[in-house]
Write a protein that binds this ligand. Structure first.
Ligand SMILES: NC(=O)c1ccc[n+]([C@@H]2O[C@H](COP(=O)([O-])OP(=O)(O)OC[C@H]3O[C@@H](n4cnc5c(N)ncnc54)[C@H](OP(=O)(O)O)[C@@H]3O)[C@@H](O)[C@H]2O)c1
Length: 319
């Protein structure tokens, strides 16, 4: 099978399209014929430098955190899926979605894909959806009528957060740059704030939840525009945030919360994928795809995502 493989850290060109052996599912695994994957903000970082994917050389040689595709074969003990099922999901730290096939445990983070989305659309909602949902629902305890501000509303997590907050009945304010104002309004934000012109922390409004998706603000700056029991959620945990999280869990009413959504258990991810499927099939969550590339164009896709100007998701079509 064809895969984008890298065996050293470096520029986008270290990703080489290579023929490798097609995997065979074990008894508790499904073999997925991958139709689409994504290049997320994290991918260029894992390609470029030592860190989460190894120190001297890449531990896992095939990147790709999300996939959508069709089950081509199942192991002898598989009960949850059958051949022909169309699935979407998250591969976690096993990665490996920049490839034509991947074997996954049937209890890993996969679920039947929403039936009103193509494979490319389905994969585009996984990163944002699987991040925004636990942040807003589990950590933010979002409720109908609340006022929620999303800072970084135009990226893959932000576009999901705006739509999920709206689905739960919140009044949503979105913060993004000038050229994404229309997009953020079009997916349901009641008010949009251009961060290149205004500092949202100076507005005369108070919020139940501030979700700092971009991680460009801070609890200290947002505190004054949080309601008395307001919650500041951030995707980027700095040492200061971690201390504030501990401190505010014991003292005061305004809270700081963080969750490593990508490291949640496969079971929790599958549950969230089921919840997302319902929201999507209720027509309350529209995929936002910025660009599509083929697997052969993976180098170009990495160059584009590295620019940090993507809106929504960047999708790689495979089969
Ligand atoms: N905790 C977790 O488990 C978890 C999971 C997934 C992602 N993340 C993190 O969440 C962050 C967002 O991920 P993503 O996939 O949504 O990234 P993305 O698609 O690249 O989007 C980034 C967003 O940041 C916005 N932005 C840039 N500078 C800004 C500023 N000064 N003020 C406000 N917004 C600004 C961009 O808006 P414009 O283009 O309009 O400027 C864009 O909407 C990343 O840091 C990622 O690593 C964390």
């Amino acid at each position: 099978m064809k895969a984008a493989v890298y065996d050293r850290f470096g520029p986008p060109e270290v990703l080489k399209i290579t023929e490798i052996k097609k995997p065979v599912p074990k008894d508790n695994e499904v073999l997925i014929k991958i139709h689409a994957t994504t290049v997320e903000k994290e991918d260029p970082g894992m390609r470029k430098s030592p860190g989460i994917n190894g120190f001297l050389k890449p531990k896992r040689k095939i990147l790709g955190l999300e996939l959508s595709g069709e089950i081509e074969n199942v192991g002898a003990n598989v009960k949850l899926f059958k051949t022909g099922d169309q699935v979407y999901g998250n591969t976690g730290m096993s990665m490996g979605s920049y490839a034509e096939y991947k074997c996954m445990n049937e209890n890993a983070g996969i679920f039947i894909k929403p039936n009103n989305l193509s494979f490319e659309e389905a994969v585009s909602v996984t990163n944002g959806g699987l991040t925004a949902l636990p942040f807003l629902v589990e950590k933010g305890n979002i409720r109908k009528g609340q006022k929620v501000l999303i800072n970084g509303a135009s990226g893959s997590v932000g576009t999901a957060a705006v739509q999920i907050a709206k689905y739960y009945g919140a009044r949503v304010y979105g913060v993004c740059s000038t050229h994404n104002l229309f997009l953020v309004r079009s997916i349901g934000a009641e008010h949009v704030i251009d961060y290149t012109k205004y500092d949202f922390t100076t507005i005369d409004e108070h919020f139940d939840i501030i979700f700092d998706v971009a991680g460009k603000s801070s609890f200290t700056r947002c505190k004054k525009i949080l309601k008395p029991n307001g919650i500041y959620l951030t995707t980027v945990p700095t040492p200061a945030t971690m201390i504030q999280m501990l401190w505010t869990s014991k003292f005061g009413k305004k809270r700081v919360k963080f969750i490593a959504a990508g490291l949640r258990s496969p079971m929790k991810k599958a549950k969230d994928l089921a919840a997302l499927k319902k929201i999507i099939e209720d027509q309350k969550f529209k995929p936002v795809i910025d660009r599509k590339y083929s697997l052969n164009e993976i180098v170009e896709a990495h160059k584009y995502v590295e620019n940090e100007k993507k809106r929504g998701s960047v999708v790689i079509s495979i089969n």
